[in-house]
Design a protein around this ligand. Structure first.
Ligand code: PMP
Length: 399
């Protein structure tokens, strides 16, 4: 009998499993709205011009690939810090932020989770109900007990802010609260600036530990607007963590580019925190890879490439908004009686469509339109060629 004979088959990732099913579907009109990926108007994954130019610059001055420092490329880390906390801000200038280059946003969350497990091993983790699937798994895997705070209100079609605030008010001091900084995945509903003020005040009062997941900076209302909540936490002056992802904002999903920033009480504390983050990294994957980080650092630190990136990101953001507006209009034109205008109140890549699991299964099986069983669809995968078919299919299952 082998050691591994008792290993049970783990369930497939529900969303990636849908991808496989989509690949095997022979329906010529099939549309994949299940994954969290931005596709352009032609249905293709974009390779941003700013990325191509940075890569050409890099190819013109080729560099050997030695090991990077454990915390990554210094110019990358400082670019992340400036992007998240503001270039020239007190937070950055005071040296109170410890930042490391991570393997995507997921890597930032995982290094942060391992770090928190060392400094506060008995803390509970609260995530939104619902949340990105991997939050629960990742924090559980790091050894934490994970529970939910109320978030989505299906009847109101929005955020159950009272439920959320009450859960935070009654959380034990030291509880880690995972918050979506913008473009909530999966619902598409964000809380307002005033509601953020309430959250920040409770977090401070209850001495909770906020862990902001900033996976979509620039996909909502703009780079600064989507990062505005970070300033609120800085002003409240407590410790907090931010995981950054460039997967979507640079369309560099496969390069695994992200970061983790920890806001500390002083420079001295930040130095000590950084040393512990490095231990977490060293004992896990030792140091990050070179290519994606160099591309992002080159773009963010070169003014004309930076301007080009901001424009290309704005184009992606605008196209998603146009698809939201078109979706509402086309659903109506396709005969959907229900008021679907809530779709334009949602923000970012995703929409909780309000469709039931049965309706999502019918969409998939009868029409080849793939969304997640929760009713989540990726608006960023719609385009003017597939949207009519998607709307007609939704209209049929809603009849
Ligand atoms: N957090 C959220 C909320 C996400 O939606 C995602 C990506 N789907 C991530 C983190 C992970 O990002 P990355 O692919 O950069 O690891």
């Amino acid at each position: 009998m082998s050691l591994f004979s008792a290993v049970e088959k783990a369930p497939n990732d529900p969303i990636l499993g849908l991808n496989d099913q989509f690949g095997a579907d022979e329906n010529p009109r099939k549309v994949n709205l299940s994954v969290g990926v931005y596709y352009d108007e032609t249905g293709k994954l974009p390779l941003l011009e700013c990325v191509q130019r940075a890569e050409r610059q890099m190819a013109d001055a080729p560099k050997a690939r030695g090991y990077l420092p454990i915390d990554g490329i210094a110019a990358y880390d400082s670019a992340v810090k400036n992007l998240v906390f503001g270039a020239g801000s007190d937070a950055v200038n005071s040296g109170r932020v410890a930042t490391i280059q991570s393997l995507g946003g997921t890597g930032g969350l995982k290094v942060g989770a391992d770090f928190l497990k060392k400094v506060n091993p008995n803390a509970k983790v609260l995530i939104s109900d619902p949340s990105w699937e991997n939050h629960r798994a990742l924090f559980s895997q790091a050894g934490f007990t994970v529970e939910f705070y109320p978030y989505y209100d299906a009847v109101k079609r929005g955020v159950n802010i009272d439920g959320m605030l009450t859960a935070l008010e009654t959380a034990e001091p030291g509880t880690i609260v995972v918050l979506h900084a913008c473009c909530h995945n999966p619902t598409g509903y964000d809380i307002t600036s005033q509601q953020w003020d309430q959250v920040v005040a409770i977090v401070k009062e209850r001495k909770l530990v906020p862990f902001l997941d900033l996976a979509y900076q620039g996909f909502g209302n703009g780079i600064a607007e989507d990062g505005a909540v970070i300033q609120k936490f800085v002003a409240a002056a407590g410790d907090f963590l931010v995981a950054t992802s460039f997967s979507k904002s640079f369309s560099l999903y496969g390069e695994r580019v992200g970061g983790l920033s920890v806001f500390c009480a002083s420079k001295d504390e930040a130095d000590r925190v950084l040393s512990l983050l490095k231990v977490m990294i060293r004992t896990n994957y030792s140091n990050p890879p070179t290519h994606g980080g160099s591309v992002v650092a080159t773009v963010l630190n070169t003014p004309d490439l930076r301007a080009l990136w901001e424009q290309e990101l704005a184009n992606m953001r605008t196209r998603i908004r146009q698809m939201r507006t078109l979706l509402v209009a086309d659903l109506k034109a396709a005969g959907v009686k229900e008021d679907m205008s809530f779709i334009t109140q949602q923000i970012g890549m995703f929409s909780y469509s309000g469709l039931t699991k049965e309706q999502m299964v019918r969409l998939r099986n009868e029409f080849g339109v793939y969304g997640v069983d929760s009713g989540r669809i990726c608006v960023a995968a719609l385009n003017t060629k597939n949207i009519d078919y998607v709307c007609q299919s939704i209209a049929r299952v809603l009849q």
